[in-house]
Design a protein around this ligand. Sequence first.
Ligand SMILES: [Zn+2]
Length: 220
Amino acid sequence: MAQRGRGAWREAVHQASAMVFGSQCVVCGAVTGPVCASCLPMPDVQHRSLPGGLPCFSGALWSDETASLMLALKQDGVTRIARELAPLLTAALDAAVPGGSAPAMLVPVPTRAAADRRRGYRPVEVLLRAAGLPFQRAMRVTSAVQDQRELTRAERVRNTQGAFAVRRTAENLGRVILVDDVVTTGATLVNSAQALQSAGITVAASITVLSTPKRHTGNA
Ligand SMILES: [Zn+2]
């Protein structure tokens, strides 16, 4: 191990832990998975105003450690990790909905059907369930949104524009809070909000687990 870089070691641990369903910490490799006590993420709520003025609250910043947890959930199928990430989502919600606010239904940003089939689960919904938060699947992806990882900010906006539709069963929702796992440029959240607003639904705010200005997450 001494001759291996920290990144390579972490990657090896990451893969091994996924294979044995998270018996090692996905961040540091300690044998108390899926996350050891010292790698448990602490809420550090971030606030941004997305294009158009939509407020966005995130439970923590994207970092090497929080990214390891999110990627274990999204790419490696370690859905148990959602329990450790759920407090970040709850912290974001608490910041978005101060006491006395009008009630709002949580609506997850929809994911591509192909991605859902490949994974066999929807990460945002897994996170919401882990946090014990009720939600309504009010939207669907209508057009062929492509994987966003290699797209620029402008391309991401075009990629998701008009890509979301509100389900007929959700059209009576008065007021909602949009939920996604990671916010990068905000294009996905902004375009989802526009679809809801076009259906007469008020989008009070958006919340995510993590916030990053970078482009390496596969989110928008
Ligand atoms: Zn650890």
